[in-house]
Design a protein around this ligand. Sequence first.
Ligand code: FES
Length: 74
Amino acid sequence: FAEYEPIEGEGKINLKIDLDIPKVATMDEIEKGKKVYCRCWLSGTFPLCDGTHQKHNEATGDNVGPLIVSVKKD
Ligand code: FES
């Protein structure tokens, strides 16, 4: 694990996704094409990105963005 140091005064990252469970973990499989996964925890289509990170970045100066996974073409 990377070293983790909580920022004093800062709280949760996830403010809306499955708050009633202890850990949100997602497994997915892709066989073709690509999928775009949310890493900002703000997407309305979580775990997929819906572009909400752009509004967040504009409002806060942050630089978060999605994870894009694609199947390698032979
Ligand atoms: Fe979260 Fe795009 S909406 S990374």
